[in-house]
Design a protein around this ligand. Structure first.
Ligand SMILES: O=C[C@H](O)[C@H](O)COP(=O)(O)O
Ligand SMILES: C=C(OP(=O)(O)O)C(=O)O
Ligand SMILES: [Mn+2]
Length: 464
């Protein structure tokens, strides 16, 4: 974000960003390609008006920050850091409150502390936050009790309530996506720049969560971190740099009308940056080589990700690299695999080998959520904690077998005590899902499950 550690001098102020430049015209070429998962706005003139407003609004992130993140991702790809991305499947306007945002940030900070302390590796911290408001869906329609309506596509498009009116796409929601992202980022910047994220607060992040294996283990770790800090303090270490923490914002670049309107030209280089978030990714459903999303993303300067499911071929991966990272620039491209626990050991090796043999450098990140979705017998869309963990273990095994680098983790999680994923030391069972199931799309790890997973990943990472 705006703050940089000493080895990354601040460069965020030595440029201006403009949306009134001819250079942006090329960005519109995505409109000539087939596009999927885009809402059909009932009033196109209104959508165009909102786009004009967005074009005139300040960018949410700055090119200098985005450049630093690209270097951080490159470090992760080389094994010198580990990327941790986490947050809701679908952020909502109603839940973008101070408490909920703080809880998510604190969960990611706690997981980072576990990984850094347990595996002695710097963690690049990233939220699926401040922009994760639009969802690709597997179906266009949803049927309940014999009534069929268009699916919910995220708060950026329509409302979740099951009424015909609520499900009509409304372009004014794009403006609300911008303002909610801005207020979320504002709080994020305040927390990570104002002392909340200081490692000396390591105990306080656990406050309010007092029982359970994940918390107990975290308390032990926090005591060790405290002891190390007291030791460093006694020998005169300077802790000023701990006050400020780099924390990046990421989301799926799904709604191209929105993403295009938030793109800006960097006056230092004349290049185009997506300024809706630092890191943007293309989903499994929108990564067609000849499609609009790949064309759009190829024109941005940001570090970007592409999701790869179990059916992705080596050829798909290599052609995506040619389109999105023709210069083979370190940190530019991240492949986020989401194979499923049962498939990762079978499918991932060929992809990683094929990319390595072609001389391409990408960051390999695992998303152990989206290939492991099931429906419980009482009708909840859920996942098993053990499957999520098994996919992470498989990811580390594959890279260890090939001598390649597992560079990071991409999670759907929340900082609250929800009950959406089965298992974990809290032993959430099918009946437990009824207690506090709040997600509007996919099930998220709760706070304790997130910590447990971090401890398990720290063990694997320390063997990397
Ligand atoms: O988050 C990912 C997708 O949007 C989600 O898994 C799609 O869910 P669906 O299959 O219920 O449409
Ligand atoms: C839509 C998502 O995932 P995928 O594209 O991998 O299905 C997501 O991460 O929310
Ligand atoms: Mn999801």
């Amino acid at each position: 974000m705006t703050q940089f550690s000493p080895d990354a001098p601040a460069r965020a102020h030595d440029f201006t960003l403009s949306s009134a430049d001819d250079g942006l015209a090329a960005l519109g070429s995505w409109r000539e390609y087939p596009r999927v998962q885009q809402p059909v706005w009932p009033d196109e003139a209104e959508r165009a008006r909102v786009s004009d407003d967005l074009r005139a609004a300040p960018p949410l992130v700055f090119a200098g920050e985005v450049d630093v993140l690209r270097e951080r991702v490159a470090a992760a790809a080389r094994g010198e850091a580990f990327l941790l991305a986490g947050g809701d499947c679908a952020e909502t306007f109603a839940d973008s409150t101070a408490d909920r945002i703080r809880n998510k940030i604190r969960t990611i900070l706690q997981m980072s502390a576990v990984l850094t302390y347990g595996a002695s590796v710097p963690v690049v911290k990233m939220g699926r936050m401040a922009g994760q408001f639009a969802k690709p869906r597997s179906g266009d329609e949803e049927t309940r009790d014999g009534v069929t309506l268009p699916t919910y596509r995220g708060d950026a498009v329509n409302a979740h309530a099951f009424t015909p009116q609520a499900r009509i796409p409304d372009p004014r929601r794009l403006w609300q996506m911008y303002t909610t992202s801005a207020s979320t980022l504002n709080l994020l910047r305040a927390f990570t720049g104002g002392g909340f994220a200081d490692l000396r607060e390591v105990h306080s992040w656990n406050r309010g969560f007092t029982s359970g294996a994940g918390y107990d283990r975290y308390e032990e770790l926090a005591a060790q971190v405290d002891k190390a800090i007291r030791f460093m303090d006694a020998i005169g270490a300077d802790f000023d740099s701990l006050k400020v923490v780099e924390f990046y914002a990421s989301h799926e670049a799904l709604l191209l009308d929105y993403e295009e309107a938030l793109a800006r030209i960097d006056s230092r280089s004349g290049e185009i940056y997506g300024c809706s978030g630092h890191f943007l990714w293309v989903g499994e459903r929108t990564r067609q080589l000849d499609g609009a999303h790949v064309d759009f993303m190829s024109r941005l300067r940001n570090p970007i990700g592409v999701k790869l499911g179990p059916d992705a071929s080596v050829d798909d991966a290599l052609r995506l690299i040619d389109r999105l990272d023709p210069e083979r620039e370190p940190g530019r491209l991240t492949f986020i695999t989401r194979m499923g626990a049962g498939k990762i050991r079978d499918r991932l090796p060929a992809l990683v080998e094929g990319v390595r043999d072609a001389g391409a450098e990408v960051a390999w990140v695992t998303d152990p959520m989206h290939g492991n979705t099931i429906t419980s017998s009482n009708g909840y869309k859920t996942r098993r904690f053990e499957d999520i963990l098994d996919e992470v273990v498989g990811f580390f095994e594959v890279h260890q077998g090939l001598g390649t680098i597992p560079a990071g983790l991409h999670m759907e999680l929340t900082g609250d005590d929800v009950t959406e994923v089965l298992g974990g030391s809290g032993e959430i069972d099918e009946e437990g899902l009824t207690r506090r199931y709040e997600t509007l799309v996919d099930p998220r790890l709760n706070h304790q499950q997130s910590l447990e997973l971090a401890f398990l990943v720290a063990e694997m990472l320390s063997r990397r």
